[in-house]
Design a protein around this ligand. Sequence first.
Ligand SMILES: Cc1cc2nc3c(=O)[nH]c(=O)nc-3n(C[C@H](O)[C@H](O)[C@H](O)COP(=O)(O)OP(=O)(O)OC[C@H]3O[C@@H](n4cnc5c(N)ncnc54)[C@H](O)[C@@H]3O)c2cc1C
Length: 388
Amino acid sequence: MMRNPTQDDLAPIRESVRALCGNFPGEYWRALDRKRTYPEEFVTALTKAGFLAALIPEEYGGSGLSMTAAAAIMEEIQACGCNGAACHAQMYTMGTLLRHGSAEQKERYLPAIARGELRLQAFGVTEPTSGTDTLSLRTTAVRDGDDFIVNGQKIWTSRAEHSDLLLLLARTTPREQAKSRTAGLTVFLVDMRATKKNGLTIRPIRTMMNHATTEVFFENLRVPADAVVGEEGEGFRYILSGMNAERILIAAECIGDAKWFIGKATAYAGERVVFGRPIGQNQGVQFPIARAYINMRAAELMVREAAALYEAGKDCGAEANMAKHLAAEASWAAADMCVQTHGGFGFAEEFDIERKFRETRLYTVAPISTNLVLSYIAEHVLGLPRSY
Ligand SMILES: Cc1cc2nc3c(=O)[nH]c(=O)nc-3n(C[C@H](O)[C@H](O)[C@H](O)COP(=O)(O)OP(=O)(O)OC[C@H]3O[C@@H](n4cnc5c(N)ncnc54)[C@H](O)[C@@H]3O)c2cc1C
């Protein structure tokens, strides 16, 4: 088990991330945003520097860093104005393989992912009809000799076009025959290189921000039985355990976004002169910035708490959910404040604020929406009756 690093220990990592991000300024992201193009050079640079292999243990060629360190990497990327959503899934999807995959699967995939030869960026859980109600998903995988045959559809499968591997959740036992409410779903590690023209179709969805998200269709897709991760029928449990890592890392990204918005607003409030004085001299401008800072710092503490529990191997479901909730609310409030502080310039593309505003909006909806976090806390922490 890793020692919980202090924030001082992380200063060199933060500095290296900042140095790398310095090569990808606002112009780079603006140009991609206009065309909705994937930040290939940025992702390659992060991969080469080893940042995306932060959570892969050293024995498989990764850096073997803690969740706290991984969170610091994602936070720094966002705080520099870059967009880690292009590649953040590699950090958290890999955990499912690491915890539940066979020795053979880990040997086959983890070193290649760590070397940057393979990308595990895609995570196929959400479906158009079931939405948040994952247990109602309809994609099926039916055993046929040494293979499974997959049929169905996923939606919002981000980065599928830019990933070699897809972590897929599908139903292998019909719901009415499953031994429990949560049983009967199975996780597969699908090698999309072999299947892209053979039963798997990816269709991009254009969204309000540059996110490379897609719909994925499976039509009699043959997946070998050795692609099953862990035990057949236990996939829901595996996916849930992986979601804590996802929530913590995305919460850290929101903290980075909030820091970026607060930094931008503070600088602008100090230099923009209206009525013969800096706008930041007015408390009506100062207070929203100070409030955004306070909210960000409070959320940051919860993110650190969740990360520390995660790496100590303790249950962190409540803290991971609360961290995601607080951080997403803090980044969205900071985004709104930053636009207001900039007045008209908040809407100008060249200030990058409107781009980051659109990008950070996602996180009160995905990977889990605010209502579902509140529902989790109400039921699992406060013991209120289950509502769905
Ligand atoms: C850009 C983007 C990228 C994404 N990337 C991925 C990805 O890579 N892989 C993946 O699997 N998924 C991905 N998602 C899906 C994302 O996790 C879901 O959109 C999110 O969890 C919400 O689910 P939904 O869209 O189906 O909303 P729904 O489940 O249809 O819910 C709609 C609204 O109703 C509310 N609601 C639903 N049920 C209840 C209830 N019982 N009580 C109170 N409120 C309720 C929800 O909070 C939400 O606000 C992505 C989504 C987006 C937009």
